[in-house]
Design a protein around this ligand. Structure first.
Ligand code: ZN
Length: 206
């Protein structure tokens, strides 16, 4: 489990990335860290891209309904304007942000902020997603979280799209995606027929 680092005699901030497939607990982990920062009396602000309104306009909500108030923003440059006096910046669904997110996170860290970014590392095609690979390269701390593959019980790293919709941005409603391990992901639709009930995810896989 990630524990907050202590820097002695150093004013610089840092970047943490929490990444993984869908239903891997990224947002849960983000919320856990932000709540601990609040307990430490640090000023915390949370942002998400305006595109992600699947559960609630102004809250970061995980699949198990843990929630924390957040600000939806259009562009990552808004972070620079909206974080005056903030110590800890949380960013959820970061894969949907513009590619300049990496630069702006680094600017926040240089201003002394702790920046915690959560997002999908791969899209449903298995390709690196948006600014996440670049953030992984520049972050001080990386946590890759995993779901459980409902077909074989191994750790799931991929987000398999059950629907035939082809656009990259199809927000994660229950039943449209399932987490899969590498092998089951590559077996693709063959598994859909063998396991027709798995469109509904078991609660503990989320
Ligand atoms: Zn599997």
């Amino acid at each position: 489990m990630f524990l907050e680092p202590h820097f002695k005699g150093q004013r610089s901030g840092w970047i943490e990335v929490i990444c993984g497939s869908m239903f891997s607990g990224k947002t849960e982990e983000l919320i856990r860290r932000l709540k601990r920062a609040r307990i430490a009396n640090l000023k915390v602000e949370i942002f998400k891209p305006k595109i992600d309104t699947r559960f609630h306009e102004t809250q970061v909500v995980s699949h198990d309904a843990n929630a924390i108030a957040s600000t939806p923003i259009d562009h990552s440059s808004d972070l620079l304007k909206l974080t005056e006096g903030v110590s800890v910046v949380g960013i959820d669904e970061a894969q949907f942000f513009d590619t300049e997110l990496t630069v702006h996170c680094q600017q926040l860290a240089l201003r002394g902020m702790r920046v915690i970014v959560a997002g999908l590392d791969m899209d449903f095609r298995g390709q690196p997603f948006g600014p996440i690979p670049h953030l992984l390269a520049v972050a001080e701390y990386i946590t890759k979280v995993h779901a459980i593959c409902p077909h074989c019980g191994n750790l799931a790293t991929h987000s398999y799209r059950l629907s035939k919709e082809e656009s990259t941005v199809l927000l994660g409603e229950k039943g449209q995606y399932e987490p899969r391990c590498r092998t089951c992901y590559h077996l693709g639709g063959a598994l859909d027929q063998r396991h027709p009930d798995l469109n509904i995810l078991p609660e503990d896989a989320m």
